[in-house]
Design a protein around this ligand. Structure first.
Ligand code: CA
Length: 233
């Protein structure tokens, strides 16, 4: 297992030779790679594979990479999905256009393997995406994702499955504020019949389970916005 294992990257590139080369590099670095030769396939893969990051070629047949990026940014489920543009052109205006539509970074072909991996890691880090390690640990709180167990200061603590998923999401996305809607999307998935208030119920249960150990203070209410898991209490 490498540090990147479990992280999913969608590579959208029409040139097979470049796809093969980049894909090989990413797989060797421990990423799980999905390939799309055009934006239609890319859209299918975004919904079926839920990638953590998209590597998007600038020049694609049909809709261009940058227009596709703009579209992903406009649509709620993908508005925060990290995107790195691959461009053969290094002109200043292209970079600016990419940043205008909200891509996270760009990389100019030809690029080195190390450069590509470094850029991807930097963007993922900024986006708060972390590798799905078996054990997630913050300040004495330890989640064993394989065994679905929570340990606090070495002792096992009982947690319902929803509270477990909620805490796992929080611990892997610490310090960022999420609205109830975003938490529903991220933790419950596409179960549209669930109400916003459900989030509050499970937050309460989670805090109750953590309270005897003083960790409930990490689960913070941000007035008017939602909730945040913070290391700073
Ligand atoms: Ca191309």
């Amino acid at each position: 297992m490498t540090e990147n294992s479990g992280l999913k990257i969608l590579l959208v590139e029409d040139e097979q030779a470049i796809r093969d080369m980049v894909s090989f590099t990413l797989v060797r670095a421990g990423f799980q790679v999905f390939e799309a030769e055009d934006t239609r396939v890319a859209l299918e893969m975004i919904s079926s594979a839920s990638p953590d990051l998209i590597l998007l070629d600038w020049m694609l047949p049909g809709i261009s990479g940058v227009d596709f990026a703009a579209r992903l940014r406009r649509e709620e489920p993908t508005s925060k999905l990290p995107i790195i543009m691959l461009t053969a052109r290094s002109e200043e205006e292209n970079k600016l256009r990419g940043f205008e539509v909200g891509t996270d970074d760009y990389i100019t072909k030809p690029f080195s393997t190390q450069e590509l991996i470094a850029r991807i890691k930097a963007v993922l880090r900024r986006a708060g995406v972390e590798s799905s390690e078996e054990v997630v640990e913050i300040d004495g709180l330890s989640l064993d994702t394989a065994g679905h167990r929570l340990n606090i200061n070495g002792g096992a603590v009982k947690l319902g499955p929803t509270e477990f998923r909620l805490l796992h999401f929080f611990m892997t996305h610490a310090e960022r504020v999420y609205s109830r809607d975003q938490l529903l999307d991220q933790v419950w998935g596409n179960q549209v019949y669930i109400e916003d208030r459900t989030v509050d119920v499970h937050i309460r249960r989670l805090r109750k389970a953590l309270a005897p150990f003083g960790y409930d203070r990490h689960v913070q209410t941000v007035r008017g916005s939602g909730y945040r898991f913070s290391r700073h209490v």
